[in-house]
Design a binder for this molecule. Structure first.
Ligand code: 6CS
Ligand code: FE
Length: 260
């Protein structure tokens, strides 16, 4: 799985690449079932809102075989090896639930400032890959991105520990207003199985979900091995300390497992 010249150009100019139908329906059906099982459990790696609604299941690739296969899927690993020109390791893995009716907001932010401040990541040589587990629609709290915002580098961010149950380094309204005035906002939507790769300094966020449609997204964070974190302050299940390069799985591994 290599990115095309056009995809590389889009990533460089816009800061993101959207790949509809990246994972086949059989693989997605398996992941949907497994995600439901994961969120039905009580574990310290699963965070919930004060209301009890599920928010984030961290590190489920460490105890769930289907998600372990996602975390090393060649569709995701090889493009990042290509972009960074070296081996990658898993910095973080999570399912963000954005539950029906109760899914909460993700404030405007860039990912790198959180990794830098909280985990001691040296550079923006890491990025998030979003894998849609449910259909992402304009109405169910889609991820919104500000195209070209990655060109601004790491912007001044403030540690927001109060707006939601998830502490995050967020951007102020003036900064977001300025960037959006220049470049607008895009919300990539589509069927389960779609994949969005976006630059670590891409400005993004999402509103709450008051619809009956859940909007679960898996986030795989891959970092260049040379960019390993230096002083993590968060638990191991949020910022991994194992910098072993990922060995990418055969492209059929997930579907084979679904059929087994
Ligand atoms: O906690 C983190 O590291 C991350 N979580 C979010 C929602 N954005 C920043 C970063 O990917
Ligand atoms: Fe983020």
């Amino acid at each position: 799985m290599k990115l095309s010249g056009q995809q590389l150009k889009d990533f460089d100019e816009l800061g993101y690449i959207f790949m509809p139908d990246c994972f086949p329906p059989e693989a997605v059906a398996l992941l949907q079932r497994e995600a439901a099982v994961i969120f039905s459990e009580q574990r310290e790696e699963i965070w919930r809102e004060k209301s009890g609604a599920p928010r984030t299941a961290f590190a489920c690739h460490q105890y769930n075989k289907a998600f372990a296969l996602v975390a090393s899927d060649s569709r995701l690993i090889e493009p990042l090896q290509q972009l960074f020109g070296e081996q990658v390791y898993i910095h973080q893995f999570k399912i963000n639930a954005k539950a029906a009716f109760t899914g909460d907001v993700w404030q405007w932010h860039q990912d790198f400032p959180t990794w830098h401040a909280d985990d001691g990541m040296p550079d923006a040589r890491a990025m998030n890959i979003a894998i849609f587990l449910d259909e992402v629609m304009p109405i169910n709290g889609p991820l919104m991105v500000v195209p070209r915002s990655h060109k601004s580098g790491a912007l001044k961010s403030n540690h927001d520990k109060g707006t939601t149950s998830y502490p995050l380094w967020t951007l102020d309204n003036e900064t977001v207003t300025r960037l959006v005035a220049e470049n607008g906002i895009v919300a990539p939507t589509g069927k389960p199985g779609g994949v969005l790769m976006f630059h670590a300094n891409m400005v993004h966020g999402s509103s709450g979900n008051i619809t009956p449609y859940p909007r679960r997204i898996v986030y795989l964070t891959l970092s260049a091995v040379s960019n390993a974190i230096k002083n993590p302050t968060r638990p191991e299940f949020i910022a991994h300390r194992d910098f072993t390069p990922v060995r990418s799985e055969n492209i059929d591994a997930l579907v084979d497992y679904a059929r087994a």
